[in-house]
Design a protein around this ligand. Structure first.
Ligand code: ATP
Ligand code: MG
Length: 458
C-alpha cells in the first residue's frame, strides 16, 4: 500500500514524445484531466474511436482548459467523413454547405464535429483579387488540420481517452508563455482571411494573452483588407467581440491598433467625441459586467448604445432645422441606421428594439400627469431605463433624473402621486372624432409639444 503510494508520488513523469512534427504531451506534463471534457463531447470521441476513427477535442476548448478557464463549447475533429459520423451517431445531422459539419445531439448539448481539413495550396487556391481565400473546404489529415488553424494555441488536439495533447506548432509552449502566435507567416494568413486580425484582438483581450510581436506587426498595414470581408462575417465577428465579456478592452485594443475605422457603429466618429467615448465605454463596461455575472445582454441594446451619440447629434441638427422634436427624432434614427447600414449592416430585426429604447429617452423627461405611468407600462421599459442610467452616468443628463425613476418605479401609489410633477405640458388639442373612427392612444403618449429636448447638459 505504502509502496504503491510511494511509486505513484515518486514515479518518473511520462516524457513528451515526438512523432514527426508532432509533440505528444502527456497528462503528467500538462495536467488537464478528461473530467474537464463535457460528457457529450466525451461520448462523441469515445463513439468515433470505438468505430475505428481518430477523434479529438480541438481548438478553443483545449486552449481554455490549459489556461484554467471554462470552455464555452467542445468541438471535435476527426478523420471520419461527415457521412461516417452520421452512421456512428443516430441523433446527428450534417449542416453547412461551404464546409459540411456534423451536429451530434445528446439531450440539450450539441457537439460540433468536423472532419480534418487542409489548407488549399497556393496554386490551387481560389482567392479574391486581394488574396482572400474563397474556399478552404478540402478534407485533409490531422497535421494539415493543425496547419490551417489560426493561432498555435488554437491548434492543439486533446484525446480524452489517453489524456494526451497533440501539438504540431508549439502551441503548448506558447500557452505557457501566455503568447498568442499566428501559425505560419502572419501577413500571408491575414491576407487569406482578414478576420484573423479581429480574432487576434478579441482572443488576446479575452484570454489576457499577449500578441506575439511578429503576429501583431503586419496588422496596422493590412487593416484595409477588412473592407473586402463579407458583411455578415464581419458582423458575426464584431458581435463575438462585443459579447466576449471583454468588449471594453477589445475596443481599446482595436483603437490602439487603428482597426476601428469603418467597423462597427461609426466607432471612429463616436470615439472622437469625449461625451460619445465616455458613453460607449460605459455601455461596454456595463455589458462586460453583465456577461461576467451570467446575465442576459441584448445585441439591440448594445447597438442602440453604440449609435446613441450619432442619433443625438442628428436629432439636434433636425431640430435646429425646424423639425418638431419627436418627428426630428424619427428622422435622426432613420438617417443614422441608414448610414450605419452602408458600413456594417446591423440586422433589421434589431431595429424595433433600438428605436423603442431611443424613443423612450425623451419620455423620461416627462414627469407629470399619466405619462410616467404609461412609460412604466411599456414592455421595453427596463431596457430603456438601463439606457437612461448610462446616460446619467456618462454626464449627458442630470443624475437626478435617474434617481427619480429609480424611486418612482418601485414606489407605492401614494408616493408616486407625491412625486409626479405638475402637468405643465400643453394639453394636446383633441380633434373631434369623426363618428366611427378610433383614437390613436399611442400618439398621445408622445405629444410633440411635451418633449423636452434631452440634449447633453453643460
Ligand atoms: P471562442 O472561445 O471565442 O469560441 P475559438 O478559438 O474556439 O474561441 P471559434 O470561432 O469557436 O473560436 O473557432 C474554433 C477553432 O477554429 C479555433 O480555435 C481555430 O482553431 C479555428 N478557427 C476559427 N476561425 C479561424 C480562422 N479565421 N482561421 C483559421 N482558423 C480558425
Ligand atoms: Mg469556440
Amino acid at each position: 500500500m505504502i509502496k504503491k503510494l510511494f511509486q505513484r508520488v515518486f514515479r518518473k513523469p511520462a516524457p513528451i514524445r515526438v512523432e514527426g512534427k508532432c509533440r505528444i504531451i502527456p497528462f503528467d506534463v500538462h495536467g488537464v484531466g478528461s473530467d474537464g471534457i463535457s460528457p457529450a463531447a466525451r461520448r462523441v470521441t469515445d463513439g468515433l474511436q470505438a468505430a475505428g476513427y481518430k477523434a479529438f477535442v480541438v481548438g478553443g476548448a483545449v486552449r481554455d482548459l490549459l489556461l484554467g478557464r471554462h470552455p464555452k463549447d467542445f468541438d471535435i475533429a476527426t478523420d471520419a467523413t461527415p457521412e461516417d459520423v452520421r452512421r456512428v451517431f443516430r441523433r446527428s445531422r450534417i449542416i453547412g454547405r461551404r464546409f459540411r459539419l456534423v451536429h451530434v445531439m445528446f439531450g440539450e448539448e450539441v457537439v460540433e464535429t468536423s472532419t480534418f481539413r487542409r489548407m488549399i495550396e497556393a496554386e490551387d487556391a481560389q482567392t479574391d483579387e486581394h488574396g482572400r481565400l474563397l474556399r478552404d473546404n478540402e478534407f485533409g489529415d490531422q497535421e494539415q488540420d493543425a496547419a490551417r488553424r489560426d493561432f498555435t494555441a488554437n491548434a492543439l488536439f486533446y484525446d480524452p481517452a489517453t489524456q494526451e495533447i497533440f501539438d504540431y506548432h508549439d502551441g503548448y509552449a506558447d500557452i505557457r508563455a501566455n503568447t498568442l502566435r499566428m501559425i505560419g507567416d502572419p501577413a500571408v494568413r491575414y491576407r487569406e482571411d482578414p478576420v484573423r486580425m479581429l480574432r487576434a484582438v478579441r482572443l488576446s483581450a479575452k484570454l489576457g494573452m499577449q500578441l506575439d510581436a511578429a503576429t501583431a506587426a503586419p496588422i496596422s498595414g493590412m487593416k484595409e483588407l477588412l473592407g473586402n470581408v463579407p458583411q455578415a462575417r464581419l458582423l458575426d465577428e464584431m458581435l463575438k467581440l462585443l459579447l466576449s465579456g471583454h468588449a471594453a478592452e477589445c475596443v481599446k485594443k482595436l483603437r490602439a491598433m487603428d482597426l476601428h475605422h469603418g467597423l462597427l457603429p461609426m466607432l471612429d466618429v463616436i470615439l472622437e467625441q469625449p461625451m460619445g467615448e465616455k458613453f460607449v465605454m460605459l455601455a461596454l463596461e456595463n455589458t462586460d459586467q453583465r456577461i461576467r455575472e451570467d446575465k442576459s445582454v441584448s445585441p439591440a441594446f448594445l447597438f442602440a448604445a453604440l449609435l446613441w451619440h450619432e442619433v443625438l447629434s442628428d436629432w439636434k441638427a433636425q431640430q435646429d432645422a425646424g423639425e418638431r422634436p419627436v418627428a426630428a427624432l424619427h428622422t435622426a434614427m432613420g438617417a443614422v441606421l441608414d448610414r450605419q447600414r452602408a458600413q456594417l449592416a446591423i440586422p433589421h430585426r434589431h431595429d424595433a428594439i433600438m428605436k423603442e429604447i431611443w424613443l423612450a429617452q425623451p419620455r423620461f423627461e416627462q414627469r407629470g400627469g399619466q405619462r410616467p405611468l404609461r412609460l412604466l407600462a411599456q414592455p421595453r421599459f427596463r431596457a430603456a431605463y438601463d439606457f437612461l442610467l448610462l446616460r446619467c452616468e456618462s454626464g449627458e443628463v442630470e443624475a437626478e433624473l435617474g434617481l427619480w425613476w429609480d424611486e418612482f418605479q418601485d414606489a407605492p401609489d401614494e408616493r408616486r402621486a407625491e412625486m409626479l410633477q405638475p402637468d405643465e405640458a400643453p394639453k394636446k388639442r383633441r380633434r373631434r372624432k369623426k363618428p366611427g373612427t378610433a383614437g390613436t392612444p399611442a400618439a398621445a403618449d408622445q405629444p410633440d409639444e411635451a418633449v423636452q429636448i434631452a440634449l447633453p447638459i453643460g
